[in-house]
Design a protein around this ligand. Structure first.
Ligand code: NAP
Length: 247
């Protein structure tokens, strides 16, 4: 029950979907959770939800694609105990075939998914190095491994996260910090609600387990990678995709 007592956990993009499931999992297991959202309203809802369940934590505003917002967030973080577990979950899609992709569609996805993760991770590093303990888990995607037509921007950002994960794991392993990635397949959230019925059917045909995943199924793996049982796992990418891609 109190597996994460005395641990401070930061989950980016915790207002809904996978991030919310991850935040709830840590809160339930006794961590002090910091969940971020891009608006005050959503951040307040995170705070209310966490405290309503008699758990401890707070929702804070953070736009990981905006340096000013990251700066504001870093000041608010100073008033709290530094996170020793960081879940880089916030991410977006902006799909288009490459021939039609606008600069803005490319930049917005790379700036959020890849550069945003870099900024938030750097912000949390010093305290983890001092504590000689840390867990960093980056939420990538099956399409960062397999590729997907119409998602060259998203796929590049998610594959980039995997290179980042492996390099950082080598940098900080001697300080007791593990860095891993989780690559979800298609999970039932607002992100996949946008899919048309035709695309959804064609995706289901590629999944041996013949269903979309649930956000809690990603949270379970994040929980394991954050636990003491996973202390000797670093630099890895764990696929949670119903068998959709077996690379
Ligand atoms: P979602 O339901 O669309 O939620 C995205 C979350 O990211 C929201 O909390 C959102 O906050 C936050 N966010 C968006 N832009 C942000 C920004 N610029 N700065 C900070 N936060 C931002 O997505 P999801 O399906 O739960 O996906 C979560 C992660 O899993 C993403 O990285 C996604 O790429 C990855 N993933 C998802 C699937 C899937 O099938 N769903 C599959 C593979 C990988 P607001 O509510 O404030 O906008």
């Amino acid at each position: 029950m109190n597996k994460y007592k005395d641990k401070v956990v930061l989950v980016t993009g915790a207002s809904r979907g996978i991030g919310k499931a991850i935040l709830n999992k840590f809160a339930k297991h006794g961590a002090f959770v910091i969940g971020t959202a891009t608006t005050e309203t959503s951040a307040d809802i995170i705070t209310k939800n966490v405290t309503a369940d008699n758990n401890t934590g707070i929702g804070l505003v953070l736009n990981i694609a905006d340096k000013l917002s990251i700066n504001d967030f870093s000041h608010k973080l100073k008033d709290l105990n530094a996170p020793c577990i960081l879940i880089n979950n916030a991410g977006i899609t902006c799909d288009n075939l490459l021939m039609r992709m606008k600069d803005d569609e490319w930049e917005k996805v790379i700036n959020t998914n890849l550069t945003g993760m870099f900024h938030v991770t750097r912000l949390c590093m010093r305290a983890m190095m001092k504590q000689r303990y840390g867990r960093i888990i980056n939420i990538s995607s099956v399409v960062g491994l397999s590729g997907n037509p119409g998602q060259s921007n998203y796929s590049a950002s998610k594959a980039g996260m995997l290179g980042f994960t492996r390099s950082l794991a080598r940098e900080v392993g001697s300080r007791g910090i593990t860095v891993n990635a989780v690559a979800p397949g298609f999970i039932s959230t607002e992100m996949t609600d946008e899919l048309t019925d035709d695309i959804r059917d064609s995706i289901l045909n590629q999944i041996p387990l013949a269903r979309l995943g649930h956000p809690e199924e990603i949270a379970n793996v994040v929980d394991f990678l954050s636990s003491d049982q996973a202390a000797y796992i670093t630099g890895q990418t764990i696929s949670v995709n119903g068998g959709m891609y077996m690379g």
